[in-house]
Design a protein around this ligand. Structure first.
Ligand SMILES: Cc1cn([C@@H]2O[C@H](COP(=O)(O)OP(=O)(O)OP(=O)(O)O)[C@@H](O)[C@H]2O)c(=O)[nH]c1=O
Length: 665
């Protein structure tokens, strides 16, 4: 968002704030907006029971406030504004909507219901664009949205409550408090936009203006909040409405709020989420044509060539369809995403390498300079990296009202990117960065030569005199990558089938035992032997696992050369795709020789579609494979049958790995 050009787009236009709230006036004035204040006469009396969610009520009230002013001005003020802005702030707690208290007792009731609790503050905003037409008509378009901020109150004593109420501050404020003044003392934390609590979500508003004035083709595409039908048939959120009114029409002057509610005429976007705390930023590609619904309206005013809405929609449709000379916007965006993919990966790798997500987990709310100092990096570079991570949904800004951006982890980073999170991908990310990334930088040669680029990468590192890791360090890094991936995927594989009839299992190439631990957890009657190279087994202590009553043991050996432990069930998780055909047959023959009839074989891999058209995770992984290849479930099935294993079940788990259970005939 570029703030000034957005605000400057409004220069010379008659902008009207349909609000008496001094806070809204101050927020918009501070942002450099020039406007007239025409408080709305709309009475906030909509029946709350008719709304499914509190924000719908706030949005509808905001719309009615703005529309009332937009309609009144041409008659009472004898001028038509260009833009009317309406807003409504409410507090929602325990599914109750709190507005301004009517008296002290009411304020007491409200504030005691907030004491010690987290609640939501919603501000609904409506922007009405007015277009004077030649024939004494005004065209209206409406964009409505809302913002949610979570606020937690401390426990409030009776004395504190009454002292605050007697200060007089609660009376003209939703929920009976003003966070910007004395009420700030009652607040333990704020999650989301602070100004939204004060009465106006400035940031979201500017983004909407940016869409309207700078990106009109995506006008109705990138909105926040889901569109829910309202009782009166209009939509609450993210709508682009248009309706026309005859100047001086009696019917219009006396319309009731419900009957005057704008009709939905155009594109509606059902996207995104309601709460900044759980904001999931969808990519523009995802929020494309497929997720739009179009509702048509036969309003005569839609036919007008001069209608800005009509022009916008034409432009939008052209962009979506593409023309002979112009490519589709969605297609371009898709290509850009692919081109930028490596930048996003490298930003993630770098932030992860600097342990930024650990740092911001332990010290949330650091600014760029503080982070730079902690990770011993330049302030400028750190700032760029932090901002890139925010844009990728890995970090967020902690306190938007703070003069400097303060950074903290998003839920995504907390769950997967901290090195000590139960489902941390930190080790695997480092593996991607240190091992796979250099391989992919030689993809051209890999494609030309058809061989793994491991040797080339190694030679290059030696030439550049990169600090060479000891073989121990390399091993540990590799194991830690495998360990973190296995920890994430093991549960889905271990529980893909009922394995209770197998008492003993052997996980071939089981590395740190992550899968084995998950198996004994899911199947309490089972014990598992992890079989892997001696060099791997000797490092297992680095990856201490939960005590599982000694049901997991380790045996060192080479599954291509040594005798395999006896077991009822053999597990091959992410092993076969990495082997040459020759090695693969040696291994399967050895298992077949050791296994008795009825023994199981649990295979876990990414199964390609039978036509090898996807998934791209599997096909992209194949680009860096040293010797092996990716296969479909059908291909694996045939392979196993050649060694006497009949496939009983195949599971596309929808997780990172699929699974297949076969039984020795
Ligand atoms: C939670 C909170 C609310 N407010 C004020 O509460 C009023 C809400 O009422 P509204 O109905 O949305 O607006 P209004 O004041 O009646 O004005 P209008 O828009 O003309 O209806 C607005 O003032 C807001 O600032 C604060 O100043 N600080 C806070 O922490």
């Amino acid at each position: 968002m570029v703030l000034n050009p957005v605000i400057s787009k409004l220069a010379g236009k008659l902008v009207v704030l349909a609000s008496a709230s001094p806070r809204r006036q101050e927020i918009l004035r501070n942002a450099g907006l020039r406007f007239e204040v025409v408080p709305s006469w709309f009475k906030e009396t909509l029946d709350k029971g008719l709304f499914k969610a509190p924000h719908e009520y706030a949005v509808e009230t905001a719309k009615q406030k703005a529309l009332e002013v937009a309609r009144r001005m041409p008659f009472k003020h004898l001028k038509t504004p260009d833009i009317v802005i309406g807003a409504d702030t409410i507090v929602a707690v325990n599914s109750l909507i709190l507005e301004k208290p009517v008296d002290k007792q009411d304020a007491y009731k409200m504030l005691s219901s907030l004491s010690g609790k987290e609640h939501s503050v919603f501000t609904g905003v409506a922007i009405v664009l007015c277009h004077d037409k030649d024939n004494q008509e005004v065209d209206y378009q409406m964009i409505a949205f809302y913002e949610e901020t979570k606020v937690k109150f401390a426990d409030l004593s009776e004395d504190m409550l009454w002292e605050y109420i007697n200060s007089g501050e609660p009376m003209d404020k939703a929920g009976g408090y003003g966070i910007q003044a004395l009420g700030g003392m009652l607040v333990e934390y704020v999650h989301g936009d602070f100004l939204n609590v004060v009465g106006f979500p400035l940031n979201h508003f500017c983004k909407q203006l940016d869409i309207i004035y700078n990106h009109s083709s995506s006008f109705a595409v990138e909105k926040k909040g889901s569109a829910h039908p309202l009782p009166n048939g209009s939509l609450g959120i993210s709508i682009l409405d248009q309706h026309s009114l005859q100047k001086g029409s009696e019917a219009e002057k006396h319309r009731s709020p419900d009957s005057s509610s704008p009709k939905l005429t155009q594109h509606i976007q059902n996207s995104s989420t309601s709460s900044p705390a759980h904001k999931v930023k969808r990519t523009s590609y995802e929020s494309g044509v497929g997720s739009q619904s179009v509702v048509s309206n036969s309003s005569k005013h839609n036919d007008g060539e001069s209608s800005r809405l009509t022009q916008l929609n034409r432009q939008q449709q052209t962009e979506q369809r593409g023309t002979e000379n112009q490519p589709k916007t969605q297609d371009l965006k898709r290509i850009c995403e692919l081109m930028d993919g490596f930048k996003a990966s490298k930003a993630l790798f770098t932030a992860s390498k600097f342990c930024m997500f650990d740092l911001l987990h332990n010290k949330p709310g650091l600014d760029a300079a503080e982070v730079a100092e902690e990770i011993k990096a330049s302030v400028k570079g750190t700032e760029c990296l932090l901002e890139a991570c925010v844009s990728l949904g890995l970090l967020k800004i902690k306190d938007k009202a703070h003069p400097k951006p303060l950074f903290e982890n998003t839920d995504l980073a907390t769950s997967f990117l901290r090195s000590d999170a139960p489902f941390s991908l930190h080790g695997y990310i480092q593996h991607c960065s240190e091992t796979l990334w250099p391989l992919f930088s030689h993809l051209e040669s890999a494609v030309q030569e058809g061989v793994s680029q491991h040797q080339r990468v190694k030679r290059q590192k030696e030439l550049c005199q990169d600090p060479v890791c000891s073989s121990q360090e390399l091993k540990l890094r590799f194991m830690s990558g495998m360990h973190s991936f296995a920890k994430i995927t093991a549960a889905a594989v271990a529980t893909a089938f009922d394995l209770s009839r197998f008492r003993t299992a052997c996980d071939l190439g089981g590395c740190t035992g992550a899968m084995a631990h998950e198996l004994v957890k899911a199947h309490p009657g089972m014990s598992v032997t992890v079989f892997d190279l001696p060099a791997v087994v000797e490092m297992k202590e680095h990856f201490l696992q939960r005590n599982t009553d000694n049901k997991v043991s380790f045996v060192a050996g080479d599954f291509l050369k040594d005798e395999l432990p006896k077991a009822d069930l053999y597990i091959l998780a992410r092993v076969l795709h990495d082997l040459t055909d020759e090695k693969l047959h040696i291994l399967l023959s050895k298992i077949a020789q050791t296994a008795s009839s009825g023994c199981g074989l649990l295979l876990s891999e990414i199964f390609l579609d039978e036509d090898r058209g996807g998934p791209s995770r599997g096909l992209l992984q194949a680009l860096s494979l040293s010797e092996g290849k990716q296969r479909s479930a059908g291909e694996y099935k045939l392979l196993l049958e050649r060694h006497g294993f009949i496939t009983a079940h195949t599971r596309h788990t929808g997780h990172l790995l699929d699974a297949m259970l076969s039984v020795k005939a």
